[in-house]
Structures are given as structure tokens and as C-alpha cells.
Design a binder for this molecule. Structure first.
Ligand code: GUN
Length: 294
């Protein structure tokens, strides 16, 4: 079996180059896209993600604000900030990094984000627009990035059986909706922790999207020869030989399954870089829609 490694770094770079041109054109018209990234607390992984998002904005010419709030921030204070950002004309996209500290009700917070600035696609208005296939809504960045990878490699989805492992609102559910949409026309099964005989189910899949957050859970016995495997997992596992004391592995046992796949995303360098590229794309889309709306 010839296996093609899906290079998310390369695809995301191409997308970012395209966005740069679009951002320069918007800026020339006096509409520099703007993104506010809000982080509450000190989760180390979230700090890294937020740093990468702000850095990407600078590289592309997007105006950004980073709000790093202390763990003790109250829900009310966070909501007040969101209302301020909703009213700020320089800001077209607002993102509150997930997960917040336990005392914050994430769903209630998201309801306060103006859906037109909800570049994460977490607001119920945007969830509905995805299900209704309305093109002006915002789709969560990671599943959107997965679809872009399939497109970039010319991978056919119509009539294929896709198994999405994981039912989160950030990845699993939107991923399933994108795959079943009239754009993609796949037949979709959503698997989760209560699914019976997951390996046997996955062996019927032409496309597997692993988004559970369990290191190397998808093993060789899950794979039909020639399947396409997208690995959304970013798991830190202890590694005494690594400088940081940990290394990043996906939800897929990459070395164990790669030879059976027609296409597979590595971790890192597969889906990961696409998430940020799609966040940038959603911010540019929000800027277009907010500045051309009557
Ligand atoms: N945490 C992990 N992924 C994401 C994401 O796409 N958006 C936000 N806001 N938080 C996340």
C-alpha cells in the first residue's frame, strides 16, 4: 500500500499566504481584520495555543488583542469584557480559549458573544447555521481544517463511510455535520465512549476522524486497508528523553497503522497547523461580513 502523509504544515502555509493578500486588500480599504483572544487562568497548553494564535495574527497582518485574565476572574467580569469586545469596531472575531477554569460556565459565556464575531463557531446560532448549511455562519476551526485537508489532497468523500470518533461540540459533532453536508455527501457514523466494538465499526470506515483525546487509541485492528485517517488528537505523554519532559502524540498509533492507510495525518504537523489557519480565515470572513453588511 502506498501511503501518503498529509502535510498540514504545507497546506496551512498555502492558505495563510492567500489570506495575507486578502488581509492587505481589506486593510487598504480601511478594514484591518481584528481578533480578540481571551484566556482565563494558567493552563499551560492553553497558554501555548493562545500565544500561537496571536503570533499568527501578527504574521498575517491581523490586528489582535490578547486578554490574559487571572484564574479568579468571575463569570460576570468575563461577560463584561465580551460585551466590550462586541462593541469594539476594531474587533471582528472573539475567542475565549477552552477549557476555562471550573467556576466559569462556558456555554453561558459563549451566549454573550455576538454570533457575527463568533469565529470559533460555538454560539448556538452558528451551530444551527452549520446544520442548516447556511454559508454565512462560522464553523469550528479544527473540523473546518480537516475538510480543507481532504480537499487539498483531492480525497473523495461522496458516498464514503466516515466514522468520527468523539462527539464534542468543538470537533466531533461539527465534523460529522460537515461530512454529511451536501458539500461532502459522506455517510457518517459518530462513535463515542459507549459505542460497542469500536474496532469492528472502524474497519467498515473509508475515512476515520479520531477526536477523543486518548493517546494512540486507534490501532491497526481499526483500519480497513486503504482507509484515510485524520488524527485530531494532541496528547502530552511523559517522556524523560524529551527536553520538556513530555512529547505530543495523537489519538492514532501512527507507526502501527500508517502502512495500512492510503492517507494519514501525522502528529504533529497534520491537523494541528490547520486549526490556526482556519481561525485566521474565519476572522477574515467575519471582517468581510461585518464591514460589507448594510
Ligand atoms: N481549545 C481547544 N481547541 C479550541 C478551539 O478551537 N477554540 C477554543 N476557543 N478553545 C479551544
Amino acid at each position: 500500500m502506498t501511503t501518503t502523509l498529509i502535510n498540514g504544515k504545507e497546506v496551512s502555509q498555502r492558505i495563510r499566504e492567500g489570506l495575507k493578500t486578502e488581509i492587505a486588500a481589506l486593510t487598504a480599504q480601511g478594514h484591518t481584520p481584528g481578533l480578540a483572544v481571551v484566556l482565563v487562568g494558567e493552563d499551560p497548553a492553553s497558554q501555548v495555543y493562545v500565544g500561537s494564535k496571536v503570533k499568527a495574527c501578527a504574521e498575517l497582518g491581523i490586528y489582535s488583542q490578547k486578554w490574559a485574565l487571572p484564574t479568579e476572574t468571575t463569570q460576570e467580569e468575563l461577560v463584561q469584557l465580551i460585551h466590550k469586545l462586541n462593541a469594539d469596531d476594531r474587533i471582528h472575531g472573539i475567542l475565549v480559549q477552552s477549557p476555562p477554569p471550573k467556576h466559569i460556565d462556558e456555554e453561558a459565556v459563549v451566549l454573550n458573544i455576538d454570533p457575527r464575531k463568533d469565529v470559533d463557531g460555538f454560539h448556538p446560532v452558528n451551530v444551527a447555521k452549520l446544520v442548516l448549511e447556511e454559508p454565512d455562519g462560522f464553523v469550528p476551526c479544527t473540523p473546518l481544517g480537516c475538510m480543507e485537508l481532504l480537499k487539498a489532497y483531492g480525497i473523495e468523500t461522496a458516498g464514503k463511510h466516515a466514522v468520527v470518533i468523539g462527539r464534542s461540540m468543538i470537533v466531533g459533532k461539527p465534523m460529522a455535520n460537515l461530512l454529511v453536508s451536501k458539500q461532502a455527501n459522506a455517510t457518517v457514523t459518530i462513535a463515542h465512549s459507549r459505542t460497542k466494538d469500536l474496532a469492528a465499526l472502524c474497519r467498515t470506515a473509508d475515512i476515520i476522524v479520531a477526536a477523543v483525546g486518548r493517546p494512540k487509541m486507534v490501532t491497526a485492528d481499526f483500519i480497513k486497508p486503504g482507509a484515510v485517517v485524520l488524527d485530531v488528537g494532541i496528547n502530552r505523554v511523559p517522556d524523560a528523553t524529551a527536553a520538556r519532559g513530555y512529547r505530543i502524540v495523537g489519538d492514532v498509533d501512527f507507526e502501527g497503522v500508517r502502512d495500512q492507510c492510503s492517507y494519514i495525518t501525522p502528529v504533529p504537523g497534520g491537523v494541528g497547523p490547520m486549526t490556526i489557519a482556519m481561525l485566521m480565515a474565519n476572522t477574515v470572513k467575519a471582517c468581510h461580513q461585518l464591514t460589507t453588511a448594510s
